[in-house]
Design a protein around this ligand. Structure first.
Ligand code: ADP
Ligand code: MG
Length: 313
């Protein structure tokens, strides 16, 4: 089993404003496991995801891929992998399928592209894998000839997932993959993601603000606030006994009744780019963090909290 590890990663967007979106984040995702990141809009979840996916370079800190492959065979039957050893294949699925799929391309072209990039030349192999992947995500082969506009939101997201998985990635980053889908479609998609993971051994880094999705899929959860991880641990434990006041506020925030409405709970004031010395007016623990933001402390085995005023129950 191999693990992708971020250690003390910071990422500042270049340009005049220099937004410090990620401020000292450490996390790991192993093959076969699901780790979730939760937090309100602007807390730095997508920026962290982009570093994990290699779409954005860390400003400081390290990103490492270590461990031994469990087996050399590729679950989707690809044996022509040309990726350098030591470099993980990471794919990303975005909130809206049109961020993952080119609207001008038929589904078959979107599915073929990651394989072609990997060096797969055989048209038969590409056709066969595309059909297999479509079937795995619950869509018939006829969909190969469709364009994204001829698909429902849920179907398009299934195609995006098939595309992410077709070239046997080690890790797939799912950035709010079900946020624009209604409850039934969302629920079925989560089942499909779970099945695909069991079958392929892929690791997921899932970003979500839907606690029920997190509960269903992720074994561990990280809570981000203002570019930092403020709490992390086993999902059950963090959701049942959240210790950081921010985690408590996030869990108590009520999602909109219409599940198609994207939920961005502004539970506290500050976005990731707020300077460190600005306090959190809504924090019930007071403003003791202004001068010095506490680091993560282990309050129970594997349960880490960055708040000095709270203790484990
Ligand atoms: P989240 O996914 O949790 O909503 P993001 O990672 O998208 O948060 O954003 C974190 C911070 O970085 C925010 O302040 C946001 O405005 C800023 N940001 C995001 N993308 C860019 C970008 N391309 N250039 C500059 N700032 C950005
Ligand atoms: Mg985001």
């Amino acid at each position: 089993m191999r693990t992708l590890t971020l250690t003390d990663v910071t990422m500042t967007y270049p340009g005049r404003t220099k937004v410090r979106a990620v401020r000292g984040v450490s996390l790991s995702v192993s093959e076969g496991e699901t780790v979730a990141i939760v937090g309100e809009s602007g807390s730095g979840k997508s920026s962290t995801a982009r570093v994990v996916a290699g779409l954005q370079k860390a400003t400081s800190g390290s990103v490492e891929w270590t461990g031994q492959a469990a087996s050399t065979s590729h679950p989707m039957g690809i044996t022509t992998g040309v990726a350098a050893p030591g470099v993980p294949r990471v794919q990303m699925v975005f909130q809206h399928p049109d961020q993952s799929l080119d609207p001008m391309w038929q589904v078959k072209k979107s599915l073929a592209e990651p394989l072609v990039r990997l060096g797969v030349r055989s048209k038969d192999t590409i056709r066969q894998l595309s059909t297999t992947l479509l079937e795995r995500v619950g869509l018939p082969a006829e969909f190969l000839d469709r364009h994204p506009r001829e698909l429902s939101g849920g179907q398009a997201q299934r195609v995006a997932i098939a595309r992410a998985l077709i070239a046997s990635p080690h890790i797939v980053v799912l950035d709010e993959p079900t946020a624009s889908l209604d409850q039934t479609v969302r629920s079925r998609l989560l089942v499909t993601l779970g099945e695909l993971q069991a079958e392929t051994g892929v690791g997921y880094l899932m970003i979500s603000h839907d606690m029920s999705s997190v509960r269903r899929l992720a074994s561990r959860v990280l809570v981000m606030y203002r570019g930092r991880v403020v709490e992390e641990g086993r999902t059950e434990e963090v959701l049942a006994t959240p210790i950081h006041p921010y985690t408590q506020a996030l869990i108590d925030a009520v999602p909109p009744i219409d599940p198609r409405v994207a939920w961005h709970p502004k539970v506290w004031l500050a976005a990731a780019d707020t300077p460190d010395d600005v306090s959190d007016p809504q924090c019930p623990a007071g403003s003791s963090c202004d001068e010095h933001r506490p680091g993560l402390n282990e309050v129970a085995t594997g349960h880490w909290v960055a708040c000095t005023t709270r203790e484990a129950p």
